[in-house]
Write a protein that binds this ligand. Sequence first.
Ligand SMILES: NC(=O)c1ccc[n+]([C@@H]2O[C@H](COP(=O)([O-])OP(=O)(O)OC[C@H]3O[C@@H](n4cnc5c(N)ncnc54)[C@H](OP(=O)(O)O)[C@@H]3O)[C@@H](O)[C@H]2O)c1
Length: 294
Amino acid sequence: MRVLIFGCGYVGLPLGAELARLGHEVFGLTRSGRRDAELRACGVEPLTADITRSDEPDALPRMLDWVVNTVSSNRGGLEDYRKVYLGGTRNLLAWLGAAPPKKFVYTSSTSVYGQTDGSVVKESSRTEPADEPGRVLAQTEGLLLDAARDRKFPAIILRVAGIYGPGRGHLFQQFLKDQARIPGRGERLLNMIHRDDVVASLVTALRSGQPGEIYNAVDDEPVPQIHFFRWLSETLGKNMPPFGPEEEGGKRTLTNKRVSNRKLRMELGCVLRYPTFRQGYTAEVQRLQDAGEL
Ligand SMILES: NC(=O)c1ccc[n+]([C@@H]2O[C@H](COP(=O)([O-])OP(=O)(O)OC[C@H]3O[C@@H](n4cnc5c(N)ncnc54)[C@H](OP(=O)(O)O)[C@@H]3O)[C@@H](O)[C@H]2O)c1
């Protein structure tokens, strides 16, 4: 397959490497070009462009089979968020409209589910995002689902949970630095997925996902914060963090839900390498120990 990945960061770069390893022809686009050498070393042809600019980049490859959008707005405020997700996706639809690929996968987020009652949420569950960033993502999904319905644009949505893995995982890093606090009674559920399993879910969605469909990408076990910290504390032989005040979401509103991955596993046959945080963080702890960082 001839593949173009928009956004080769924490997820897009290893996705490119994996697709190249599988024998596909892969192009990887970033905004800055700062990862070009790394991309080349993985067998990915680097491209540079800003997807928030409406003029189509000259160097955009044609005759694509698969396209993935893993661009992320990791800095800036809400305006940047809207430009990158909503505006960027609108531009991609325009650029690819004349010659659509066979599959287009977009990494949305489980933050489009606003549930706060700890209920199980699946792809057909209500999406009433609890905050403006979540609403921007829901609107972006809407653009793609409309294009799938009205124009047969082959868009597939992957709703990704909180990503952790090598060097990532906010609560874990806070815990290592003795800066973690257990908010309230620590009952709020965390929905997580290891970076390698996001890559596996993307490859599965490209191969077998159905255009116009949505799949949750999350591991098998939503976990209350306190259980997560207890496991870390026992595994690393460190004290539990102290209790602190109930969480305040900052720019995000806090939700509480159990996101189900049943559709991804049962309909697409995706097999997770790290079905729970325990396997994933065991690997990360081992990696840090091997590197002498723990
Ligand atoms: N992190 C999470 O827990 C989480 C949860 C749910 C969903 N997601 C979604 O998962 C996807 C992957 O996230 P990630 O953590 O891999 O992101 P990341 O590490 O921040 O990488 C983002 C990539 O997008 C590129 N980019 C940013 N703005 C761009 C623009 N205007 N034009 C072109 N490229 C641009 C960046 O280019 P440079 O390398 O030049 O900066 C970078 O390569 C994103 O769609 C994100 O929203 C993440």
